[in-house]
Design a protein around this ligand. Structure first.
Ligand SMILES: Cc1cc2nc3c(=O)[nH]c(=O)nc-3n(C[C@H](O)[C@H](O)[C@H](O)COP(=O)(O)O)c2cc1C
Length: 158
């Protein structure tokens, strides 16, 4: 069974709620999930997972420093993550407050690791986005994303 890490930084709880929904849906879709705060993840831990999903609040249109710190520490796994599944999500204060650029800033690092990122032709194309606390739309996006990510991780592992 693939192992998936869902890790996040969240100051006021919005990104954390998204992480919990994504983790639950992925688990229900048949992967083993570990839900962790970014600061508790060691850089070398990434290599233990078949899929990694990272969530951050939108801070000035990019990821928060704690998430960047984790990605910088993930250099410990450089060359070991090729072909594994990667994904990202965010909560921003405003509708067009830089949420897509935040997701892309995380995905950029995962792509540099050689990870495989799946987009979506519906809804949030790059990964789930909530504006503030996740509303019904954002909750559904997170659940759908967790399910889809689990399927991707299973396919890549097969
Ligand atoms: C330092 C800082 C920078 C922020 N920058 C942005 C921003 O550029 N665009 C935006 O829409 N919201 C911005 N916000 C708002 C947060 O993204 C938003 O409140 C988010 O829901 C917080 O997520 P959390 O509850 O997981 O901490 C910022 C908040 C802080 C504290």
């Amino acid at each position: 069974m693939p192992r998936v890490l869902v890790c996040y930084y969240s100051k006021t709880g919005n990104t954390k709620k998204m992480a919990q929904l994504i983790a639950r849906a992925a688990e229900e879709s048949g992967v083993e999930v570990e839900l962790m705060r970014a600061k508790d993840v060691k850089g070398k831990d990434f290599a233990k997972f078949d899929g990694i999903i990272i969530g951050s609040p939108t801070y000035f249109g990019v990821m928060a420093a704690e998430v960047k710190d984790l990605l910088d520490r993930s250099i410990a796994c450089y060359g070991k993550l090729m072909g594994r599944a990667g994904g990202a999500f965010t909560s921003s204060g405003n509708l067009a407050g830089g949420n897509e650029t935040t997701i892309m800033s995380i995905l950029q690092a995962l792509l540099i690791h050689g990870m495989v990122v799946q987009g979506d032709h519906q809804g949030s194309h790059y990964g789930p986005v909530a504006v503030g606390e996740p509303d019904k739309r954002a909750e559904e996006e997170c659940l759908r994303y967790g399910e889809r990510f689990a399927e991707l991780a299973k396919k890549l592992m097969a």
